[in-house]
Design a protein around this ligand. Structure first.
Ligand SMILES: [Mg+2]
Ligand SMILES: [Zn+2]
Length: 230
């Protein structure tokens, strides 16, 4: 808080200044309250997470369970969110489907690997939403003309779907992601975002977007959330 209000009160102790003192005093309280409400994650019930580069390492597209390797302490971080009672949903772009490199059954085995890795730390996710599309690819073929879908982030359809199916609103969530498309989707949908310096670390330059906060990794992001929530 700016201390000018307080020091003004100290300096001017006479009755003529009563009104202006009061005004500055209450204005100072208002500024303080605004700062508090901005820095605290009030009403959070749900955490939305990108998968690749946030929960697991992302050397490239994940096309097999063997390629799915957890980022250190990400499972433990999710366990803390679970313990806090916040539901966790994964929201992920999986364009490898459109490129013809990933099938539904293989994707399921990758999801099972993720769940098994999380279970080792007594962690779980409450659901997963994925976009299998790519504007330039369909069924392993290049499209003749680009066609965008609304579910591929920065589109917000998956966020809307999760919110409708599980009964939460944008202001009850925080989105944790590593790429600009995550931050853009979060902003577009109206939820707060935390960027992590793992995975793309926001350097993908797909779209022009910044998160509301930066943290080193999922563990630090969760630490930050827990410290700043009531
Ligand atoms: Mg990612
Ligand atoms: Zn899509």
């Amino acid at each position: 808080m700016d201390n000018s209000g307080r020091s003004f009160l100290k300096q001017s102790g006479n009755c003529q200044n009563y009104k202006i003192q009061n005004f500055i005093f209450f204005e100072a309280i208002l500024i303080n309250m605004k700062e508090m409400s901005n820095s605290i994650f009030n009403n959070i019930r749900v955490i939305l997470l990108d998968r690749d580069g946030v929960i697991n390492e992302e050397p490239g597209p994940i096309l097999s369970p063997e390629q799915f390797v957890m980022i250190p302490k990400s499972a433990e971080a999710l366990a803390r969110l679970n313990a806090r009672g916040w539901r966790c949903f994964v929201i992920t772009n999986q364009a490898a489907f459109a490129r013809g490199d990933l099938s539904e059954s293989v994707f399921q085995t990758i999801t099972e690997k993720m769940r098994a890795e999380l279970e080792k730390s007594a962690a779980h996710i409450d659901g997963q939403y994925y976009c299998p599309h790519h504007p330039d690819w369909e069924n392993g073929q290049r499209r003749s003309a680009a066609k965008a879908c609304n579910c591929r982030k920065p589109g917000t359809l998956l966020l809307e779907q999760a919110s409708a199916e599980h009964g939460f609103s944008a202001d009850e969530t925080v989105f944790i992601g590593d790429s600009t498309s995550d931050f853009a989707a979060a902003t577009k949908w109206g939820t707060c975002s935390i960027g992590v310096r793992t995975g793309h670390a926001g350097r993908d330059r797909k779209v022009s977007a910044e998160p509301d906060y930066w943290q080193a990794d999922l563990w630090e992001a969760v630490e930050f959330l827990l410290k700043n929530s009531i």
